[in-house]
Write a protein that binds this ligand. Structure first.
Ligand code: NAP
Ligand code: MG
Length: 482
């Protein structure tokens, strides 16, 4: 989703938000009904840095009721007024940049420059795009003898993951609010602190009570209660395909609208005639950014047989620059670390050759959930590490024979979220990209665009986030005939 390794930001001294022992419902911070808490760890130090409530079904019910109560007034608020609140939120996010970055660096373990440039500045920019879209969007049009209105879907239950904690929240909450919906958010248990900061920012921006509500807690408890609540009109989820499948089934059973942003195993296709060194270097940076915990990461690099060994050498050299504890942060928790190391071992069992990194703990880092930046060569397209989402700093290099072979391999997974094509010119790369079964493709190093629709083909999801397409997810149409 964002390419990494940009170390251009100065050191900042923000404060890590340590958590409030409260949920945010109906415009106020109040204790959760139960006493259970979620401890938040810093993955780099393995120390507890804060805690938040583990909300239960009663808290979720109170939050949904508050959102329903706030819906009539907020949905009737002029789009220009909604835009002004979102613009104020964007300005407050910019003003709190150092605190947001320090908090995400703390709870996710992201190196501070990346936490600032990507985890903070990107969602701030996204908030700005929805402030603009709320003001610009034509919520009404004429179709022959009809007037067609785009109206908010209603109460949105948003469930988000930990990998881009604030970005995933803003990518749902900002368009929902722009559309006139009200929201209950259940953020990931690993990264709830920045969600609390964000709730405070929305309140300070002038969002009316009940329009946005925050219930922290565990997925199978608070998350499931939110999905199943009859007062929720739409569920918007980002996370694993396994949980997404269950949420889609539950929402479908209740005939609720559902948006799913799920996993990926995206292909980085380097065609003959492309600038190999650039394609490989950008490709490695793309996979290792955020310690490989990016749903849209180009985790499969496809290179033609003739230049394959050269690409392997380039990738190994690029990977060696990502020292764990410096440019490469830890992964989010101990379970994820073991999962990623298990995949590296599995790759070797299935015949891959390790050319950088490996499953062992990085030297001289006894503490922290670190995994070595790993490059696997000679990966068979059908093997586990070429098919399943690893969600760690692991790149699989795959050899192809000709363009048709490359296309077959690129399209040969259940996923279709993102990808890249490098060719001798844009035209050649575009022709290949148009045949890929995937929602986004970066052409010859094209950069992430926060206004472009983002979302998956096949089992990578349902629906699109960001920009005008992202706004449309939260709208339904009504036509009046004259
Ligand atoms: P996950 O379990 O799908 O979690 C995503 C969100 O859903 C979290 O807020 C989670 O709560 C919640 N959740 C979990 N079970 C739920 C349920 N039964 N009902 C409602 N909500 C539920 O993902 P994860 O465990 O954090 O990560 C596992 C794997 O998912 C990763 O290794 C990666 O492959 C993939 N993943 C993909 C993305 C993506 O952007 N596509 C993002 C993150 C992870 P808790 O935080 O309490 O679990
Ligand atoms: Mg989970």
């Amino acid at each position: 989703m964002a390419d990494g390794g940009k170390q251009q930001e100065p050191e900042q001294s923000g404060r890590v938000h340590q958590g409030r022992d409260a949920v945010f419902i109906g415009g106020e911070w109040r204790p959760a009904v139960g006493a259970e808490r979620v401890d938040v760890l810093d993955p780099a130090t393995e120390q507890v840095i804060g805690h938040v409530p583990a909300a239960g079904a009663q808290d979720v019910d109170a939050a949904v009721r508050a959102a329903r109560e706030a819906l009539p007034a907020w949905s009737a608020t002029a789009p220009g007024r909604r835009a002004a609140v979102l613009a104020a939120a964007r300005d407050l996010m910019a003003a709190r940049r150092a605190d947001i970055a320090a908090t995400v660096a703390g709870e996710l373990g992201a190196p501070l420059p990346f936490a600032t440039a990507v985890h903070t500045d990107m969602p701030t920019a996204v908030m700005g795009t929805f402030a603009d879209l709320a003001a610009e969007h034509p919520f009404e049009e004429t179709v022959g003898t009809s007037r067609v209105f785009q109206e908010p879907v209603g109460v949105v239950g948003a469930i988000t993951p930990w990998n881009y904690p604030l970005h995933q929240i803003v990518a749902k909450v900002a368009p929902a609010l722009a559309a006139g919906c009200t929201v209950v958010l259940k953020p990931a248990e690993d990264t709830p602190l920045v969600a609390q900061l964000f709730a405070g920012i929305l309140a300070e921006a002038g969002l009316p009570a009940g329009v946005f509500n925050l219930v922290t807690g565990f997925g199978p408890v608070a998350g499931q209660a939110l999905v199943e609540h009859p007062g929720v009109d739409m569920v918007s989820f980002t996370g694993s395909t396994a949980v997404g499948r269950a949420i889609g089934a539950a929402a479908g059973g209740a005939v609720k609208r559902v948006a799913l942003e799920l996993g990926g195993k995206s292909a980085n296709v380097i065609l003959p005639g492309a600038d190999l060194a650039r394609a490989v270097n950008v490709g490695v940076a793309n996979v290792f950014a955020n310690s490989g915990q990016t749903c849209s990461a180009w985790t499969r690099m496809l290179v033609d047989a003739e230049r394959y060994e050269e690409a392997v050498e380039l990738a190994a050299a690029a990977a060696a620059k990502y020292r764990p504890g410096e440019r490469l942060g830890p992964v989010v928790n101990a379970k994820q670390r073991e999962r990623v190391r298990g995949y590296i071992r599995k790759g070797v069992e299935e015949g891959a050759r390790i050319v950088a990194g490996g499953p062992e703990a990085p030297e001289a880092l006894p503490t922290g959930y670190y995994v070595q930046g790993t490059v696997l060569a000679d990966v068979a397209p059908e093997s586990t590490v070429a098919q399943e989402e690893i969600f760690g700093p692991v790149l699989a290099l795959i050899r192809y024979q000709d363009e048709e072979d490359a296309l077959r391999i690129a399209n040969g997974t259940v996923y279709g979220l993102a990808g890249a094509v490098w060719g001798p010119d844009d035209e050649t790369a575009v022709a290949f990209a148009r045949r890929m079964d995937t929602g986004q493709v970066d052409i010859n190093g094209g950069r992430f665009n926060v206004r472009a629709p983002f979302g998956g083909y096949k089992q990578s999801g349902v629906g699109r986030e960001l920009g005008a397409h992202g706004l449309a997810e939260y709208l339904q149409t009504k036509s009046l005939q004259f």
